[in-house]
Ligand binder design. Structure first.
Ligand code: PGA
Length: 226
């Protein structure tokens, strides 16, 4: 069973949602498909055949936190998954390994599955083990069966460059050894319908950014996972 996650980032509108639902609802798969649109679009996915997730959430269930989205509310809107620790959140919004862990606790507390993003920058490429160990440190020894980890090398996101498949498997093996659980391990970063099949042969799934905004391309990625 593979997991195919669409991360729309801050893209999309009601028109794209309608087109996406119409086209992706025609695709049949036994694999898990999740779309993570901007929070304001979540409720417009009520007719979607597959799962909905969020791209971020607060670590608090409610209160005076202007502009934040509560995990409790996201759950009540039908979200099953929440992406946390995406590199864009880490670099542009100062998310730290500690704040990612607090969000993780809130997501689990509210009965959803966290998708924890990890990955090294291009400067850290030769010392990726250190970066990834630090990012995962809060989770080691914890009960994280419902958690999904997405390895997304920062230098690969939106650049069209992907690591060699052997490099991806080296990192996923390292993560598996570190966490010592059956956590599902995804790869993300410049995934498209051409490279997805070989990545999916070596990972539990993919996290797809840009290519998930084109429903024809995203359909092909889903179909290639069967
Ligand atoms: P990309 O983004 O597929 O556009 O590289 C992936 C991500 O940031 O999750």
């Amino acid at each position: 069973m593979k997991i195919i996650v669409a991360n729309w980032k801050m893209n999309g509108d009601l028109e794209l949602v309608a087109k996406f639902i119409k086209e992706i609802n025609l695709v049949r798969t036994e694999n898990t498909v999740v779309v993570c649109p901007p929070a304001a679009l979540i409720t417009s996915f009520s007719d979607f055949r597959y799962h909905i997730g969020a791209q971020n959430c607060s670590c608090e269930d409610c209160g005076a936190f202007t502009g934040e989205n509560s995990p409790k509310l996201l759950k009540s809107l039908g979200c099953r998954y929440v992406i946390i620790g995406h590199s864009e959140r880490r670099t542009l919004f100062n998310e730290t390994n500690e704040s990612v862990y607090k969000k993780w606790e809130a997501i689990v507390r509210n009965g959803m599955s966290p998708i924890v993003c990890i990955g090294e920058t291009s400067e850290e490429r030769s010392s990726w083990k250190e970066t990834i160990s630090n990012q995962l440190k809060p989770f080691i020894g914890k009960q994280i069966d419902s958690t999904i980890v997405a390895y997304e090398p920062v230098w690969s996101i939106g650049t069209g460059q992907i690591p060699e498949i052997s490099e991806i498997t080296d990192v996923l093996t390292f993560v598996r050894d570190l966490l010592k659980t059956n956590t599902k391990l995804l790869y993300g970063g410049s995934v498209n319908s051409k490279n997805a099949p070989s990545i999916l042969n070596n990972a539990d799934g993919v996290l797809v950014g840009g290519a998930s905004l084109k429903s024809a391309e995203f359909s092909k990625i889903i179909q290639g996972a069967d």
